[in-house]
Design a binder for this molecule. Structure first.
Ligand code: SF4
Length: 434
């Protein structure tokens, strides 16, 4: 059996592509090693699913490529293939500048990759996946590409226009994932809010959610990467009435100052943003809101940055990440603006936002003390079971360290009571099975 190492970089959308490729390759009797500890494990081939979103991600992808080319030159790896966003974006450059590569593939090239390894691609089983996440949760991609044109973002030029996956196919994929033992579905896309507009000429996110809540075995459904403009608010009403839909929403707002939002081409104003948040919280008061903000975008004056800090103080997000503006060639921002804000100012602003958020996160976490929560058990570490409530997504959000006087099954739902909290994680003790 030929051994193939798979290295998956970037976001969860890329990870799904990796999982689909792994399923196709194992159907062709290849022995798959997903991100082996020792990346230089002997292998007949290595496939690197690259990320080409922003500067740092591109650097990481290039570094991994050169490491694997070095492993090839030293005879530890037979062939080196690259796929994904970086190679979609820089196909020619990679082919010319790294002749040791045995294949440079894009984001929609799984059939060609399988063929180049002398395998047979099975289109019927395209949605099958070899899961790389914990067995009880999985990502599900609702669409590919994006129709928005945010000034800083190269994704539409890499992944193309928004293409929704037909609702029936997603329900079939959810049934397939449930048959693999998945209980928690993390719905992802470049732009979740736009689901259905291309195929059905209207939002069908709420319809999809209703259908997914009826899939036996799926207990939790979580929403990631919503877009504020044209956000289908009916989804929040469904969330309020349907316990299987986690009271959780990941919705990147990026900024709040009208001039910066305009420069970013976000098609939403400060007033509309505050109104949407108010509307969401009116309908689901205890919803956990995660957002992503960007500092240092051209035109972000001191006054605009002050407005962003006020936004963080006033809204008090439950989970927050911050990026610094990175000028990306081929984006509107790169042609329309000068990247005038110095890197040290960008980094200082990002630090200020995270310092503000840390205080808010700590206060919110201590408010959990004494609360009884339904959690899912992700793993065991030392004497604690590591768990999450519906307010926390895996790998990016907070965790609960649960002490229990009995063996708990990984992937099971349990009731726990929070005993103490820190800035991000908290401690709890086990009460009973859920
Ligand atoms: S919504 Fe904006 S930031 Fe997100 S993928 Fe589309 S263009 Fe990029």
């Amino acid at each position: 059996m030929k051994k193939i190492n798979l290295i998956s970089l970037g976001c969860s959308k890329n990870l799904i592509d990796t999982e689909r490729l792994m399923s196709q390759l194992s159907r062709n009797h290849f022995q798959i090693q997903f991100e082996p500890e020792n990346l230089n494990n002997q292998a007949d081939a290595v496939i690197i699913n690259t990320c080409g979103f922003i500067h740092d991600a591109k650097e990481e992808s290039i570094e991994v490529i050169f490491n694997q080319v070095a492993a090839k030159n030293e005879g530890r790896v037979g062939k080196v293939y690259v796929m994904g966003c970086l190679s979609e974006r820089y196909r020619e450059e990679l082919t010319l500048e790294i002749p040791e590569l045995d294949g440079v593939f894009g984001v929609n090239d799984i059939p060609s990759i399988v063929a180049s390894l002398k395998g047979v691609f099975d289109a019927e089983r395209f949605y099958d996946r070899k899961l790389t996440t914990a067995a009880h949760y999985a990502y599900m991609k609702l669409s590919e590409g994006c129709d928005r044109n945010c000034s800083f973002c190269a994704i539409p030029s890499i992944r193309g226009k928004h293409v929704s996956v037909p609702l029936e196919k997603l329900v079939a994929e959810a049934q397939y994932l449930a048959s693999q033992g998945v209980k928690e579905l993390l719905l992802i896309a470049q732009d979740l809010s736009y689901y259905g507009y291309d195929l059905y000429k209207k939002s069908r996110l709420a319809d999809l959610l209703k259908a997914l809540t009826a899939v036996p075995g799926i207990e939790w459904i979580r929403l990631h990467y919503a877009y504020p403009h044209k956000f289908p608010i009916e989804v929040i009403d469904l969330m309020a009435s349907e316990p299987k839909i986690c009271k959780y929403l990941d919705i990147p707002f990026q900024h709040i100052h009208n001039t910066v939002l305009k420069n970013m081409r976000r098609n939403v104003t400060s007033e509309q943003t505050y109104d949407l948040i108010r509307e969401i919280r009116n309908r689901v008061p205890d919803i956990a809101l995660r957002t992503t903000l960007m500092v240092g975008h051209p035109g972000e004056t001191e006054e605009a940055f002050e407005a962003l800090k006020d936004f963080v103080r006033e809204v008090r997000f439950d989970r927050l990440g911050v990026f610094t503006y990175s000028e990306e060639e081929g984006t509107y921002g790169a042609s329309a603006f000068e990247d005038s804000i110095p890197e040290d100012v960008k980094n200082a602003r990002a630090d200020e936002i995270m310092t503000l958020q840390q205080e808010i996160a700590f206060q919110k976490n201590t408010n959990l003390e004494g609360r009884i929560l339904k959690v899912i058990i992700d793993r065991k570490e030392g004497e604690y079971y590591i768990a999450r409530s519906e307010f926390d997504s895996p790998e990016v959000d907070n965790e609960l360290l649960v002490s229990a006087n009995k063996e708990l099954t990984i992937g099971s739902f349990q009731w726990v009571q929070v005993t103490s909290a820190e800035a991000f994680d908290a401690y709890a003790h086990w009460l009973r099975e859920a």
